[in-house]
Design a protein around this ligand. Structure first.
Ligand code: PLP
Length: 454
């Protein structure tokens, strides 16, 4: 048993954290979260914090689910590990693949497993390029993505992503990936442009990029249905139908990254179903196990799967933990809980609409709030200096950083992306939990305004 001080000291001495300025971390000391239950996490300083981020957009069924621990325990005792290479399998990845084919949008019937969303996108990139090679068109291998996209942290994930700061540190991207504008109306719509017009214009940036590159060189377009880590950028309703039309017109495959939106967050199993999108691949991870085990599933459409099976020979790709039996056992139980408790219907009919409405009603008039937007249990609050002109505070990120710090100090875990505040709570939140979160955000906004004026 180690004391909090000893853990902090060892953390600073030995542990390099993801996405962290280590000088800052060492100066402040890390928050050590040691326990969680339902919608709350508990740190070793004795704080109870409502988890507005579901961990990292993943703990959809909330914390403290003994059933998931038991599923892992039983599977570990029965068979902790065996691989799915060279014509072997174990039962749970098979049963999970069958279940995923049942709940996936029509036409996505095959699954390739990994342990993370980054690995799944890496697989997806290889697979779509391989598909065109199998079709005798290896020159069709460019992939179009979007600025602000987040598709993971491997070299392929970072190259697919559109985060400027990450590209800066990439020192050699995967070639043949280009980026177009995201459907971010709050900053990119022109004066007088309706949401619908902006959505069409943003989608047509894809068409322009395809025509510029030459349709014969473009393999696929990849996008998150709602951009998550880029700031919960919710596209206008006109955007995805137009993207779909353009992809069909130029025979460009449509890859959806549903690592955040998958498994109920938007009020359907997948956002493709909420939004009527018909993709060729869907990348999923995170809430597949509600974060209780690392697992990703790339859902593969019939067109690609058929070519792979019939023309592919061996696909030289895979991970030691592809189809890990314990992770798959936990995923099966997690999907059962989501279904049994009606969590998707709750998001669709009750908490999803209520989250957007409550945030708008309770925070929309605050001086610091430029816009509130929500889709299912994903929401964003834009922090601005001037609501009318949408001017931000200087430097970028300071204001939202203050709101985040005050929110956490007041018992609500939120995330700040530049000057956008993010919420992505567990699907077990009720209207009462949403009200509690709104009160804590309101207080954090008042405190941040005081700091910014002082
Ligand atoms: N894709 C999206 C949309 C994500 O939000 C993330 C992680 O946040 C990833 C991919 C990468 O997933 P992982 O962190 O499991 O590699």
């Amino acid at each position: 048993n180690y004391s909090l001080a000893q853990l902090r000291q060892a953390d600073a001495a030995h542990h390099l954290h993801p996405f962290t300025d280590h000088k800052d971390l060492r100066a402040a000391g890390s928050r050590i979260v040691s326990r969680a239950d339902g919608p709350f996490v508990y740190d070793m300083d004795g704080n109870e914090i409502l988890d507005g981020m579901a961990g990292l957009w993943c703990v959809n069924v909330g914390y403290g689910r003994d059933e998931l621990a038991e599923a892992a325990f039983e599977q570990m005792r029965e068979l902790p590990y065996y691989n799915s290479f060279f014509r072997c399998s174990t039962p749970t990845p098979v049963l999970l693949a069958k279940k995923l084919a049942e709940i996936a949008p029509d036409g996505l019937n095959q699954v390739f497993y990994g342990s993370s969303g980054s690995e799944a996108n890496d697989t997806a990139l290889r697979l779509v390029r391989h598909y065109w090679a199998l079709e005798g068109r290896p020159e069709k291998n460019r992939v179009i993505s979007r600025d602000w996209a987040y598709h993971g942290s491997t070299i392929a994930g970072t190259s697919l992503g559109g985060m400027a700061a990450m590209h800066h540190q990439l020192h050699g991207a995967v070639p043949n990936i280009v980026h177009v504008m995201p459907p971010y109306a709050y900053e990119l719509a022109e004066a007088g442009e309706s949401d619908e017009q902006f959505g069409l214009r943003a989608a047509r940036a894809l068409e322009e990029a395809i025509l510029e590159a030459g349709p014969d060189t473009v393999a696929a377009f990849i996008g998150e249905p709602v951009m998550g880590a880029g700031g919960v950028k919710i596209p206008p309703a006109s955007y995805w139908p137009e993207i779909q039309r353009i992809c069909r017109k130029y025979d460009v495959l449509l890859m959806l990254d549903e690592v955040i939106t998958g498994y109920g967050r938007t009020g359907a199993w997948f956002a493709a179903q909420s939004m009527g999108i018909e993709p060729d691949t869907i990348t999923t991870a995170k809430a597949l196990t509600s974060g209780y085990q690392p697992l990703s599933a790339l859902l593969v459409g019939d067109r690609i799967a058929t070519a792979l099976v019939e023309k592919g020979g061996e696909f030289f790709h895979g991970y030691t933990y592809s189809g890990h039996p314990v992770a798959c056992a936990v995923a099966l139980k997690n999907l059962e809980i989501i279904e049994r408790e009606g969590l998707i219907e709750r998001v669709r009919d009750e908490t999803g609409p209520y989250l957007g409405q409550a945030l708008r009603e309770k925070l929309g008039d605050h001086d610091l709030v430029g816009e509130v937007r929500g889709f299912g249990l994903l929401a964003a609050v834009e922090i601005v200096k001037d609501k009318k002109t949408k001017t931000r505070f200087d430097p970028v990120g300071r204001a939202a950083g203050l709101v985040r710090d005050h929110a956490i100090a007041n018992g609500l875990m939120m995330r700040a992306v530049n000057d956008t505040m993010i919420l992505s709570p567990p699907l077990i939140w009720t209207k009462e939990t949403i009200d509690m979160a709104c009160e804590r955000i309101a207080k954090a906004l008042d405190l941040a305004r005081r700091d910014l004026q002082g």
